[in-house]
Design a protein around this ligand. Structure first.
Ligand SMILES: NC(=O)CC[C@H](N)C(=O)O
Length: 430
């Protein structure tokens, strides 16, 4: 059909939702439609002359010189940290509040994050200590019965930077090839790429005590158990109580909840709490928690562990395991890119069973450095690294990974019961 040339210009409201906003925001968009013979051209411009959608406004500059353009959410500014990738499919809120991520940017390999928002139950500590969050796609809507806030609003309030619309697969491949890399996240246009690169190259996480920045300042009691509706394993325990002193090197709440569910009455103490004060409390057991950073950079904590060995049954998780490894005479080393995820297979050498485990660590204990008598009880089946230790004659057990999950599978939860059994045995013999 032939028709003559015609120009039409209208202004219409269009609903746009940025990832930080729960509600649609309407902007006026001017549309021009030109109809000429056999051709229709449509163009649209934002009402204020700019584009109504978000454009890249952030950079991630890695120490290897690569620059990744992205869109920002959460806080703005400039932040330096070590980039690690986490392969968990769920549980971003627990990851954000795990104090062991202090000094690190967490890159989630799951491409869509934010779709369940944030709730009041899934906090693993009272704060977000991580450096920032790197994701592929930020969900434009939140849908969950527990949701109280969007992820973007949550991060803004806690002053944590996030970026999205960045190729997380490409960065992950780079981290797998090069190992963990230091990076700088910035929304500041005034800073040049070279300035940010210089910042990344002059910062380091190795040899730094990060525990002192996340530990509690004074002792406190912990009584909360896992809520009945989420409980699955520790029911049927005998109603006994065991007094446990738990060293807070960056402790996750679910470790405390699981210990409480298994019958422990817990006093949480700061990382610098003297061993002599712990012994005055006459605990049935001592627990050494997870925590951020380099385990060889906290000799004061290793000394405390040494003083407590043989005085009471001991259980350590992650950083706690690494401190025990050193206190028993071994050494730790930095892994290429560590283990961060919810599906790491671990073999329990004692019973031959394989557990699918939650993991978050960049360092490990070198089993060859351990003296005789120390047993390697668990092996990570992905790379044969040491995943658990025991020193039965001193009633010591430890795991490199996270039996409390949060997030992750619950296969390893019975280990809390093993700690309780050890305390019962020692108490019975006392
Ligand atoms: N979760 C943890 O306790 C981590 C331990 C230590 N910061 C590491 O990266 O290996």
């Amino acid at each position: 059909m032939a028709c003559g040339a015609m120009d039409l210009s209208v202004t219409i409201p269009v609903g746009i939702r940025s990832p930080q906003q729960r509600n649609l925001k309407f902007v006026r968009v001017k549309c021009s439609v030109s109809i000429a013979d056999n051709a229709v051209a449509v163009s649209a411009t934002g009402g204020q002359g700019g584009r109504p959608w978000k454009v890249s406004d952030a950079r991630l500059v890695l120490e290897d010189g690569t620059i990744w353009r992205a869109k920002s959410f959460g806080a703005s500014g400039t932040q330096v940290g070590e980039v690690v990738f986490n392969t968990s499919l769920t549980g971003y809120q627990e990851i954000l509040t795990d104090p062991s991520y202090a000094g690190q940017f967490v890159l989630m390999t799951n491409p869509q994050i934010g779709n369940t928002g944030v709730n009041i139950d899934d906090e693993e500590s009272s704060q977000c200590f991580l450096g920032g969050l790197v994701i592929r796609s930020l969900s434009i809507s939140t849908s969950n019965w527990r949701c109280v806030e969007t992820l973007g609003d949550y991060l803004s309030k806690r002053n944590i930077m996030g970026i999205y619309d960045v190729d997380t697969r490409a960065i992950t491949r780079r981290l797998r090839e090069e190992g963990s890399l230091i990076g700088v996240l910035s929304t500041e246009e005034t800073k040049s790429d070279n300035q940010l690169l210089e910042m990344a190259r002059s910062w380091d996480i190795v040899g730094v005590d990060l525990i002192s920045g996340v530990s509690c300042q004074a002792p406190y009691e912990w009584v909360n158990k896992t809520d009945d509706e989420w409980e699955f394993n520790s029911n049927g325990r005998r109603g006994e109580t065991f007094n446990v002193v738990a060293y807070d090197f960056g402790i996750k709440h679910n470790i405390l909840r699981r210990l409480a569910s298994y019958g422990c009455k817990i006093t949480v103490v700061p990382s610098t709490w003297p061993a002599s004060e712990t012994l005055k409390m006459q605990p049935d057991g001592v627990f050494f928690s997870n925590g951020p950073g380099d385990p060889s950079a906290v000799p004061y904590a290793v000394d405390t562990v040494k003083e407590l060995i043989g005085q009471a049954p001991i259980f350590g998780i992650c950083m706690g395991h690494q401190l025990l490894g050193q206190a028993l005479g071994g050494k730790t080393y930095k892994m290429k890119f560590g283990h961060h995820g919810g599906n790491h297979p671990v073999r329990n050498i004692r019973n031959g069973q394989v557990e699918i485990s939650a993991q978050n660590h960049n360092y490990a204990v070198d089993p060859a450095s351990l003296p005789d008598g120390i047993e390697v009880t668990h092996i990570n089946l992905n790379d044969d690294s040491c995943a658990g230790l025991a020193f039965p004659s001193k009633n010591i057990m430890s795991l490199q990974y996270h039996p409390e999950a949060s997030p992750g599978p619950h296969d390893s939860d019975p280990v809390f019961g093993e700690f309780v059994d050890m305390m019962r045995r020692v108490k019975g013999n006392a």
